[in-house]
Design a protein around this ligand. Structure first.
Ligand code: NI
Length: 135
């Protein structure tokens, strides 16, 4: 039986959307408030979706405690209460848009998850704005 399991988690982080190749005017035009030079924060919410076959011996798709710990150790500890631009390796040169953050989260979790699982990550930057990878 193929099924999906979800785990929700969140972290708070600051960011600035800024492309160093562009003038200040162009950054302002494209990124608006998210280009604030003094940074600003978001309450990021994520939904991690794991898909695959139920193990007939356990009745589990995945032990959700293991998924919870993986998200805590690899994502929350890395990004919670951080300035994404200044404090994290991942966004030293990559612009921390919701799209890029979602992809980075997926890539980190993917590298720790057994290949028998499919993985999808949804990231909410606000309650109404969210992205999903892979699409
Ligand atoms: Ni923002």
């Amino acid at each position: 039986m193929r099924i999906a399991a979800y785990r929700r988690a969140h972290f708070n982080a600051a960011h600035r959307l800024y492309n160093p190749k562009w003038s200040d005017e162009k950054n302002d035009q494209v990124f608006g408030l998210c280009n604030n030079p003094n940074y600003h924060g978001h309450n990021y919410e994520m939904e991690v979706k794991v898909m695959g076959e139920v193990d007939p011996e356990t009745g589990y798709l995945i032990d959700l405690k293991i998924l919870k710990d993986l998200i805590k150790n690899e994502i929350e500890n890395r990004f919670d209460h951080k300035n994404l631009n200044l404090d994290t390796e991942e966004f030293k040169t990559l612009i921390p848009t919701a799209e890029n953050i979602c992809y980075v989260i997926w890539k980190i979790l993917r590298s720790h998850l057994d290949e028998r699982y499919d993985l999808q990550v949804r990231l909410y930057e606000t309650p109404r704005n969210f992205v999903e990878y892979p699409a």
